[in-house]
Design a protein around this ligand. Structure first.
Ligand SMILES: C[S@@+](CC[C@H](N)C(=O)[O-])C[C@H]1O[C@@H](n2cnc3c(N)ncnc32)[C@H](O)[C@@H]1O
Ligand SMILES: Nc1nc2[nH]cc(C(=O)O)c2c(=O)[nH]1
Ligand code: SF4
Ligand SMILES: [Mg+2]
Length: 235
């Protein structure tokens, strides 16, 4: 299988959601069927960056991963772009045979059989502020495809009151799925420093809103890598 790869980087720590803080190596896939207004990974989405994406075989991907891990197994995080455009089954099979675990981040717009081979499937449906609209039938297909995964979790980015109300409805559709909320980062240009106080204020707003509402279903987390490294790429 030939994959379109933006970057392979790490070891770093997973900065978001269910596996926050866990050591991991990222494989970032090129191409996305969405274009969220606030996407922090446009270098994996916009066709203007397409010339920087590399066609790599499963073996080439795996060679780069193991060069970074030194052969010590850990969790590999597949993200993008939307990695569900491509077929990661070969990379996952290879890695699992060597004791690695796999997580994947996707918006839930395209289902793939290999979702069932993952240890963690992170479905991140997009709220109104993104400018995208969720196809819940497609999302359902992703949940079904992930049924044999170790766990499937939902992670929603919140920028405003409308996103918050939308997240409550999304949770009501999947009340048994673990839910993670993260405040949106409004500044995603890698050349512009992030405003840590601004991010803390957004986290405070989201926390107080959720607790004030007695909504205790979600866990609320910052993007840890953004606090550490800002919008630097490859971390
Ligand atoms: C860059 S996306 C790639 C995977 C997949 N396309 C998706 O959206 O789930 C990885 C995660 O980053 C989140 N994200 C993207 N831009 C963000 C921003 N400006 N602030 C907070 N989270 C953001 C997405 O919602 C998603 O959960
Ligand atoms: N450290 C770190 N954690 C992350 N969690 C999700 C990321 C992503 O871009 O998908 C990401 C990323 O790019 N870096
Ligand atoms: S779905 Fe993910 S990668 Fe695609 S544009 Fe939205 S945040 Fe970016
Ligand atoms: Mg990111």
């Amino acid at each position: 299988m030939t994959l379109r790869i933006v970057e392979i980087f790490g070891p770093t720590i997973q900065g978001e959601g269910a596996l926050i803080g866990e050591p991991t190596v990222f494989i970032r896939a090129g191409g996305c069927d969405y274009r969220c207004s606030w996407c922090d990974s446009l270098h994996a989405v916009d066709s203007e960056f397409r010339h920087t994406w590399k066609p790599l075989s499963d073996d080439q991907v795996w060679d780069q991963v193991t060069a970074l891990t030194g052969g010590t197994p850990l969790t590999i995080s597949i993200s993008g772009g939307n990695p569900a455009i491509q077929d990661f089954s070969g990379v996952i099979a290879r890695g699992k045979s060597e004791g690695y675990k796999f997580a994947c981040e996707t918006q839930g717009s395209l289902a793939k059989p290999w979702f069932g081979d993952l240890d963690t499937l992170v479905l991140s449906p997009k709220p109104p502020s993104s400018g995208e609209t969720v196809d819940w039938d497609a999302f359902d297909a992703c949940v079904t495809a992930g049924q044999s995964a170790g766990q499937t979790v939902m992670k929603i980015v919140i920028f405003d009151d409308t996103d918050y109300a939308w997240a409550k409805d999304a949770h009501a559709r999947y009340p048994d799925m673990a839910l993670y909320l993260q405040p949106g980062n409004p500044e995603v240009d890698p050349d512009v420093p992030v405003d840590p106080q601004g991010l803390a204020d957004r986290l405070l707003w989201l926390t107080e809103k959720t607790m004030g509402d007695n909504w205790f279903a979600p866990r609320i987390l910052p993007q840890l890598h953004v606090l550490i490294w800002g919008n630097k790429r490859g971390v």
